[in-house]
Design a protein around this ligand. Structure first.
Ligand SMILES: Cc1cc2nc3c(=O)[nH]c(=O)nc-3n(C[C@H](O)[C@H](O)[C@H](O)COP(=O)(O)OP(=O)(O)OC[C@H]3O[C@@H](n4cnc5c(N)ncnc54)[C@H](O)[C@@H]3O)c2cc1C
Length: 490
């Protein structure tokens, strides 16, 4: 029986560990934090249960397929409900859209904003559906270790048909003109770490996921997925060691000989690192064994970092849905301030999540669980004063929109910022969502899942293939496990 050590218990690490254990590897999972889940951990305070990271459950088919691989279903672990309306987009006071789950109603909403756009929406989604099918079933499963994986006439044809070489911005402008619609179509890629003009039009598959597959919620919160995955991993024999920060990967004869943690030394035939790629490659390994140098990393476009506020409100808040996107500010200046000219935004777009609208278990009776996220550039300097200033700004904007006094009803408040991403997850530049999905950071152009100098070291997670987001991270763990099995068998 071969042995494996997996570093990090985020979605990618959990998925890799479970797939390897299912192939009879003896798996030990080492996690620096005291609880599993990485960016999707929870914390509880004053009767509130806060999901710390992801809140949008998209692509339910990917989760179902994950559990099905092990003879299970998501419903064995948690109750999933489809949100309707899916979410709300706020363009200004008395100017918002509640996005219907029903497609006919969605079309009608488009038609009312831009006459003729509903037919274009049908065409747009027909193409997006093809991209989703091919992308999710084929492309994202490629380990992208070599260009030869893509040298196949049918696949090349598909790659062209999937608009990999056209920008997302050009693509949506072929179908729609109205500013409100353009913003609505851009949001899924913006919040997952990309900007429309640099993103391949392939990512309109995200619009298919949004509009056709829907926005779901696991009752109890997103961490229910982590609980389910941990349970499944344990059932397969994975041994969890939390509170064990890996400090060094010792190499001997071009193989990792020992994994040195804050509490001990571990050995295994193969190591799969699900912690942030840059940290593993540039901090845990000696220089001569690194896949990439600092110059390589400094040129990478990182997905945003985030300023997050977890708030407990001692009353129900009016006029907000479960998911609310505040687009009541200039879209392009905020995008500039994240990517082209990184700095603190003047008037940021932000996202407010109120899971207690759907789920009474995440807040005490009659109260509201409010999570606010502002995407900001990775790597910018912060101070307590800045974080407080943005807090006041977003609360004022929420109060102005809802017409409801909230500030004086906040009985719990915690912020989580760039420096917390670094201390909690060893995140490069404090990124929240890994590497941006630009054309030059797609497929074989992403950091490789295999170390080229150390025979038994692999990488998984949101900085390698296929990319950021919960479904891609789940898939990343599966892809790397398959490569390990192919390379060293069991
Ligand atoms: C605020 C926020 C909101 C998001 N919203 C969404 C959303 O709504 N929908 C969506 O699909 N995606 C969302 N995402 C993205 C998604 O959460 C991530 O892409 C995904 O969770 C990444 O998983 P991962 O396994 O790659 O990394 P992580 O979850 O970061 O896991 C890496 C693990 O490695 C551990 N680690 C690091 N260094 C060491 C070390 N030296 N030794 C041991 N362990 C170590 C870390 O503690 C961590 O547990 C969001 C992310 C954030 C931060």
């Amino acid at each position: 029986m071969k042995s494996a050590i997996v570093i990090g218990s985020g979605f990618a690490g959990l998925s890799a560990a479970t797939h390897l254990a299912d192939h009879n590897f003896k798996v030990t999972l080492l996690e620096k934090n005291d609880s599993p889940g990485g960016r999707a951990r929870i914390f509880k305070e004053k009767g509130f249960t806060f999901d710390m990271g992801p809140s949008w459950y998209w692509m339910p088919d990917v989760f179902e397929r994950y559990f099905n691989k092990f003879g299970k279903s998501a419903s064995d672990y948690y109750k999933l409900i489809r949100l309707d309306p899916s979410y709300k987009v706020i363009y200004g006071k008395d100017d918002d859209l509640s996005i219907p789950a029903n497609y006919e109603m969605y079309r009608n909403m488009f038609e009312a904003i831009e006459p003729g756009s509903s037919k274009n929406l049908d065409k747009f989604l027909k193409q997006a559906s093809y991209k989703y099918e091919q992308g999710i079933n084929k492309l994202v499963h490629k380990p992208s270790r070599s260009i030869t994986e893509y040298i196949n006439l049918k696949l090349l044809f598909d790659v062209i048909r999937m608009d990999i070489f056209m920008s997302y911005e050009q693509h949506i402008k072929k179908f729609f003109r109205h500013e409100k619609i353009l913003r609505l179509m851009e949001f899924p890629i913006l919040f997952l770490g990309a900007v429309a003009k640099n993103t391949p039009a392939l990512y309109s598959l995200m619009n298919y996921a949004d509009i056709k597959l829907g926005t779901w919620y696991p009752m109890g919160g997103m961490n229910k997925i982590i609980e389910a995955m941990v349970q499944l991993a344990k059932d397969k024999g994975v041994v969890f060691k939390t509170g064990q920060e890996v400090m060094k990967l010792e190499v001997d004869n071009n193989k990792i000989d020992s994994v040195v943690t804050s509490k001990g030394i571990f050995k295994a035939d193969v190591i799969v690192a699900g912690a942030d790629y840059h940290h593993v490659d540039s901090v845990l390994l000696d220089t001569q064994y690194r896949n990439y140098n600092e110059d390589y990393w400094s040129k990478k476009v990182m997905a945003p970092s985030a300023v997050i506020y977890y708030l407990g409100v001692n009353k129900k808040v009016k006029n907000l849905l479960h998911h609310n996107l505040f687009f009541d500010a200039d879209f392009s200046s905020h995008v500039e301030e994240i990517y082209s000219n990184p700095g603190w935004p003047d008037k940021p777009l932000f996202y407010a999540c109120v899971p207690s609208v759907t789920d009474s278990t995440v807040a005490p009776d009659g109260m509201e669980n409010l999570f606010i996220l502002i995407p900001v550039a990775s790597g910018i300097e912060e101070s307590d004063e800045i974080i407080e200033r943005y807090y006041q700004q977003v609360i004022n904007r929420i109060e102005a929109y809802t017409g409801d006094k909230i500030k004086d009803h906040i009985i719990y408040k915690r912020s989580f910022t760039r420096k917390d991403f670094i201390t909690n997850y060893n995140s490069y530049k404090g990124n929240a969502y890994g590497l941006a999905n630009t054309l030059w950071q797609t497929a074989i152009l992403k950091p490789s899942i295999k170390n080229k100098k150390v025979k038994n070291l692999y990488y998984t997670g949101q900085l390698t293939v296929p990319g950021p987001g919960v479904p891609p991270s789940l898939i990343s763990g599966e892809v790397v496990a398959k490569e390990v099995i192919k390379d060293i068998g069991n």
